[in-house]
Structures are given as structure tokens and as C-alpha cells.
Write a protein of this length. Structure first.
Length: 705
């Protein structure tokens, strides 16, 4: 290509006319871009009620573009790029210099002047170009991505190809042919066909164009006459698999939220708690009744002959005693009403889970499609920091929520069922180059390479590899990229992805190798250091099982007291309608309430043989190794000085665990001992102190770090 040709291409791509508005005064053949998306099925048989809420079934349909970016490659040589606003309006920009921030909405004065109609179209000069390749993306493409697609280094199936001669003469062969008499989009496109979308809640919002159909007809009349389009104006449908994944994820998580709100309704929560406690009391009383029936086995061999099996006879007596126990208990409450409530509750739980699983199945299938794979692999460049940040944010909307299938208790590792989010996350956790890992580290190749040794299946910790990753993180933070800590939207996205990753790794723990657990723990430390400037050290503290149980019980009991107080407050505001909701008399309610409020069993019931067993408890401590060492040493010294009993003088071992990246931590804390009070305080902080708002580093640990 000659220099003059290069200059001509550069002018065609970046030389935007200054005498035209890049939203509503663009010249050329108009084409309306649409996307495949999830839309509500408005047929009467698709509308139902779930837990007293109106629900409408969704299906694949057509919608206007969501917020994002539209790229058009003309004759495989010239790029045109459009920023798409939340309302679906297009503004052309220099593809090599994308605007800062999200695409802005069309000014109100332009909307009032009917400029929203032409701004919904892209425009191509068909006298200069014969073909166009269109692709919609959530984020702007860096120069490296543009060059790779233009040169053919990246897959061409990312684009929807258009023959522009065909687009002018036979638009119906390429998409929807719009004419003033037959819009087509008013029947097939959600925004043009519906005035509202309730009760459908879209991840990308809804901006109706139902009232703009008359204005659209007027625009088509002018466009058809100006460009001599005998068969109408083309509306072309583009792929948006990433948007579909975000939508399905939004729908399945909406069901999770609806289920949680249903569970938390005060009276329902109280009734469930009462029902569960009554079942426990029944089972306990049946066990006690069985224990009171003596053995009928002969103590000596010189007794009278026995013509029945003593074990069978005793079992009959046990069943009779248990039946009498049940009858005595049921005198204090209404068992059929309790059983009916429990059955109805469990049926509603199954219905919620069925809807969650239905959306999850469609959601999971999309990750295995060629269009998602090409967009995820080629639309971003980890060497471009802004592209990496955009990838992390977009993937958070795809990955948030993690595994949503119901938990099935199992004693041994198992392979999750095909088509489930559980299996999807198992594959991702086992692949160091999967979207969750890439998103948490913004596709930064050096950081991903530093994480890779963590996947070693050996139990031993390679501290040199940890130090390499720590050094890379320090280098990035010391550079201009330190501004990452100021981006709240990025931190929120990282928190959502990290939470999903941690929860999935805990749920799938029996199926994962030690190396994967180590990698996840390294990520917990790495992300907090990178995005929040927080140094974390993972410690293993030795303590007695009884001490740990006491701390855990105290914390859970505190949480339970708070929950019961909220339930009681709401319950006391309600009318005590005995016929409607009370299982027994108010006297019975008063007897049940202390059981609810006392919650966990006492430590005294634990077998003494186990209470003194030493266990390792993992805790996270904030600070550099030197700071943590100094703090713990000072506290331990003060504790020993102030000790007044042998129990207080007890010291326990601590050791540095795999989640720690800083190698100095191992050297400084090696062989260190702390007091039992310090150990208890560290564990107590792990229960309650590492909990904060979603934008903070604390939430990631609370979720599962």
C-alpha cells in the first residue's frame, strides 16, 4: 500500500466531517442495527403467578442496541465506529480514539426535534464501499484489536457481513425490509412493539419506541426517496451473545433475590423456624422414648422359653412408645397445620429452584458458543490497561452469582451434572486461563503468568513463585496504574467476580486439587493488594476445638439473636389471629420462643475427648509482614506481662499459610507464638470484623476468602 493510499484510509477512518452532527446528520445509506436478545412472551398462556408475583416467560427475540459500541469494517479496509447510548442512539467517533466514559445520551433538544430517529441508524456511503462487516461490542476496541480484525489475524465470524448492493436493492434477503406501509419492526422488535415491559426486568433497561413509530414512517419516506430504495430500508440483526449471557444471568439472579425476599417475610420466617424446631423436638422425644424401653434379651440362659424374637418384640414396644410421645406433643400444637405449611413451603422452594435452573441452563449453554468464545478471546487486549479494565467490568456482569443449583449433600467428590453452572465453574476453576481468572487480573499477561505456578498440585508452597507475583503486583501499583484504586465501579466488579469465584471454590472443594485452592487464596491476596492497596497475610493459628467451637457458637448466637429480634418485632406488630397462623395456644408459643432464641447447643454437650483436640484455623490479617510481626509481638508481650494465671500464659503457634504472597512473612513470622487471647481475637475478627460494604476489600473475605 502506497503512502497516499495510507493517508486516504486514515482520513476515511478518522477524518470526521466537522460540519455535521455525528448523531443525527450523518450521510449515506441508512441501516437500522438490531440485536438478538431476551424478550417477554406476551401470549396469555405465558403469563403466570409465582409466590403472589406476576411472572412472564421470556424468549429469544429482537431488540434495539443496548449501550455499547458498533464497529463497521468497510471493504475490509476502513473502520467506522459508533458509540451506542443507553437509549440505542448512535454517535460516530474516531475508532482509534474512543471517547472517555460511557456513551452519552442524545440531548433533549435533539429528541424533541425528532433527531432520535436518524440517530438510531448507521450510515454508509454506498458510492465508495461495496461491503460492510458489522459487530457489536460491550466495550471499545483498542488499536491492537482493530488491526487484528482488519488484517484477518482474528476470526472473521465475529462480524455480520453485508453486501451493500444487496442491502440497497433486496434488503429483505439480509434482514427486515422497512417501508412506510409495513414497518416490520413494529411487530418483531420489542421496543417498537411494546409501550412497557413490566413485569419483565431487563439487565439492560427498556426504552420504548412505541410512540415513535409515526415519526419512523416519516423518516422512511424521506430515506427511500433520497436513496431510491424501491424495496425499503434494511434493519439488520447483529449477534450479542455477551449481552444474552448478562441477561440470562440477571434473570436467574432475580429469581434468587425473589426467593430470598419470600423467605424473609417475617411471619413466614417465624412459622418455618417454629416448624423446624417442632420437628427437632419430635425427633428428640422419639429418641428418648426408644431409650426408655428396656432390652428384652434374656440375661441368663435358665429362664422360661421365649416364643418370640426379643428384638422384634422390643421394636413393637418402641414404636408404641414413640407414637404415644408424638400424641403427647401434638396436644400442644396443630400438627396437620404445621405439616401443611411445611409441605407448601417446600413446594414453593422447588418452584423457585426450577425457574433458577431453567435460566441457568440457557446461561451455561451460551458460554460454549463460537460467538462468545471469539468475543471473549479477541475483543480485548491485556496489554492495554483500559481494555483490561473494561473486560473485568463486562465479565463481572456475566460471572456474578456463581453456582446457583441447589446444594445436594454428598460424602464423596462427584462430577456435577452436564449443563449446570456447577460444572461450568468446575471447568473454569481448573483452567488458569479461564474468564474468572482473566477478569480478576484484567487479562494482564504478567500477572496471569505469575499466578500459573500456584496451580501446582503438590502440597508444598513455592514461596519463590509467590514472591514473583507479589513483585509484579508491586510494580504495577508503583506505576501510573495505581489509579485503579480510585475506580469504584472496577472495585465493585472485582468484588462480584471474586465472590463468585470464592463461593464456587468452596462448594466444589472436594473436586479441586490443592493447587487450585492455593491459586484461589493467592488471588484473594493479589486482588486486595492490586485494587485496594491492602496487604493481606494468611495465618494458620493453633487452638483447641472446644475454644474454636465456643467462639463460633457465640458469633452465630449473636447473629441469631439479631435475626430473632427482627422477627419478633415484626411479629408483635401483627394481629395474633389464632385461626390463621398460630400452631397452638399462646402458652405454647411462649414455650417455643426460648428454644428459638437460645439457638445453638451448649459447648458442654460436646464430647470432652474432642474439646481438647488441637486444630489449625485459617485467618486473614491486614498489613505488611513487618507490621504484623511487630503488632503481634507487642500484643503478646503485653499479654504475658499482664497475665495473672497459668491459663493466660498459654502460648500457641502460628504459621504463614498459602494465601500469603509476601515471602518476608514466612521469614519474620517463622516460629512465632502468640497468646490464646490473641488467637481468639484473630478468629473472632474473622467471624465478624472482615465484613463491610460491597465496594470494600472486606466483602471479598466475608464471601469466602
Amino acid at each position: 500500500m502506497t503512502i497516499s493510499q495510507r493517508i486516504a484510509l486514515a482520513i476515511a477512518e478518522a477524518g470526521l466531517p466537522h460540519d455535521q452532527c455525528m448523531s443525527c446528520e450523518r450521510q449515506g445509506l441508512p441501516i437500522l442495527p438490531l440485536r438478538r436478545a431476551l424478550v417477554p412472551d406476551t401470549r396469555p398462556e405465558c403469563v403466570s403467578t409465582v409466590a403472589d408475583n406476576r411472572h412472564i416467560t421470556a424468549k429469544i427475540g429482537l431488540r434495539t442496541l443496548r449501550m455499547g459500541y458498533l464497529y463497521v469494517l468497510l471493504d475490509q479496509q476502513v473502520w467506522h465506529a459508533y458509540a451506542v447510548s443507553e437509549q440505542g442512539h448512535l454517535r460516530r467517533f474516531n475508532p482509534y480514539e474512543p471517547p472517555d466514559g460511557p456513551p452519552s445520551s442524545l440531548p433533549e433538544k435533539c429528541v424533541n426535534a425528532d433527531h432520535d430517529i436518524p440517530s438510531a441508524f448507521l450510515n454508509i456511503d454506498t458510492s465508495r464501499y461495496a461491503s460492510a462487516w458489522l459487530a457489536f461490542s460491550s466495550d471499545p476496541w483498542p488499536v491492537s484489536v482493530l488491526n487484528a480484525y482488519k488484517s484477518g489475524a482474528s476470526p472473521a465470524h465475529r462480524f455480520e457481513g453485508l453486501d451493500l448492493i444487496q442491502a440497497r436493492s433486496n434488503p429483505e434477503l439480509l434482514g427486515i425490509a422497512m417501508t412506510p406501509d409495513k414497518l416490520g419492526v413494529d411487530q418483531q422488535v420489542f421496543e417498537y412493539a411494546q409501550h412497557g415491559c413490566a413485569p419483565f426486568d431487563s439487565a439492560h433497561g427498556f426504552h420504548s419506541r412505541w410512540l415513535r413509530r409515526f415519526a419512523l414512517r416519516g423518516y422512511l419516506v424521506n430515506a427511500i426517496n433520497r436513496h431510491q430504495l424501491e424495496n425499503g430500508v434494511l434493519a439488520v440483526v447483529l449477534d450479542d451473545t455477551v449481552g444474552l449471557i448478562q441477561e440470562y444471568n440477571h434473570q436467574r439472579l432475580n429469581w434468587v433475590l425473589k426467593r430470598q425476599a419470600w423467605r424473609e417475610e417475617p411471619m413466614r420466617a417465624y412459622q418455618l423456624q417454629t416448624s423446624q424446631i417442632l420437628q427437632i423436638i419430635r425427633a428428640t422425644h422419639r429418641e428418648w422414648a426408644a431409650q426408655k424401653v428396656p432390652s428384652l434379651e434374656p440375661m441368663t440362659g435358665d429362664g422360661p422359653p421365649v416364643f418370640t424374637d426379643p428384638a422384634v418384640e422390643r421394636q413393637l414396644l418402641v414404636e408404641r412408645a414413640q407414637q404415644e410421645s408424638d400424641e403427647r406433643l401434638e396436644e400442644r400444637y396443630h400438627e396437620p397445620q404445621r405439616a401443611a405449611f411445611q409441605a407448601e413451603y417446600e413446594q414453593q422452594e422447588r418452584e423457585f429452584q426450577r425457574y433458577i435452573d431453567k435460566d441457568a441452563k440457557a446461561y451455561v449453554a451460551l458460554f460454549d458458543t463460537p460467538m462468545f468464545k471469539v468475543a471473549e478471546a479477541y475483543d480485548y487486549d491485556g496489554n492495554d490497561r483500559e481494555s483490561g479494565v473494561a473486560y473485568a467490568k463486562t465479565m463481572a456482569l456475566c460471572l456474578g452469582g456463581g453456582v446457583t443449583e441447589a446444594v445436594v449433600p454428598r460424602l464423596e467428590p462427584h462430577v456435577p451434572a452436564s449443563g449446570t453452572s456447577e460444572l461450568l465453574w468446575l471447568k473454569w476453576l481448573q483452567d488458569p486461563d479461564s474468564p474468572p481468572y482473566r477478569a480478576l487480573l484484567m487479562r494482564d499477561r504478567s500477572l496471569l503468568a505469575g499466578l500459573l505456578p500456584s496451580f501446582s498440585a503438590t502440597e508444598a508452597i513455592n514461596w519463590n513463585d509467590s514472591d514473583k507475583l507479589y513483585g509484579m503486583l508491586s510494580k504495577i501499583i508503583a506505576s501510573d496504574d495505581a489509579g485503579l484504586r480510585m475506580r469504584n465501579t472496577l472495585k465493585q466488579a472485582i468484588a462480584e467476580t471474586q465472590g463468585a469465584l470464592n463461593a464456587a471454590s468452596q462448594r466444589l472443594a472436594p473436586c479441586l486439587s490443592p493447587g487450585i485452592h492455593k491459586a484461589v487464596r493467592h488471588l484473594n491476596s493479589a486482588t486486595q493488594f492490586l485494587y485496594n492497596g491492602v496487604h493481606l497475610i494468611e495465618l494458620e493459628v493453633k487452638m483447641k476445638l472446644g475454644e474454636y467451637y465456643a467462639l463460633q457458637s457465640a458469633h452465630l448466637r449473636e447473629l441469631q439473636h439479631k435475626a430473632n429480634a427482627s422477627i419478633a418485632e415484626a411479629r408483635d406488630r401483627m394481629r395474633r389471629n389464632i385461626d390463621d397462623f398460630e400452631f397452638g395456644s399462646m402458652k405454647a408459643m411462649r414455650k417455643v420462643r426460648p428454644i428459638i432464641q437460645h439457638g445453638l447447643m451448649s459447648l458442654a454437650v460436646l464430647d470432652p475427648r474432642f474439646t481438647n483436640t488441637m486444630i489449625s484455623v485459617t485467618v486473614w490479617v491486614e498489613g505488611k509482614a513487618e507490621e504484623v510481626h511487630g503488632r503481634l509481638f507487642k500484643e503478646a508481650s503485653m499479654g504475658v506481662t499482664q497475665a495473672s494465671s497459668a491459663a493466660q500464659l498459654a502460648l500457641v503457634d502460628i504459621s504463614v499459610a498459602a494465601g500469603t504472597l509476601e515471602t518476608d512473612a514466612r521469614r519474620l513470622l517463622h516460629g512465632m507464638k502468640i497468646t490464646t487471647q490473641q488467637a481468639a481475637r484473630l478468629v473472632r475478627t474473622g467471624f465478624s470484623g472482615l465484613r463491610g460494604i460491597a465496594g470494600s476489600w472486606e466483602v471479598l473475605l466475608a464471601i469466602g476468602g
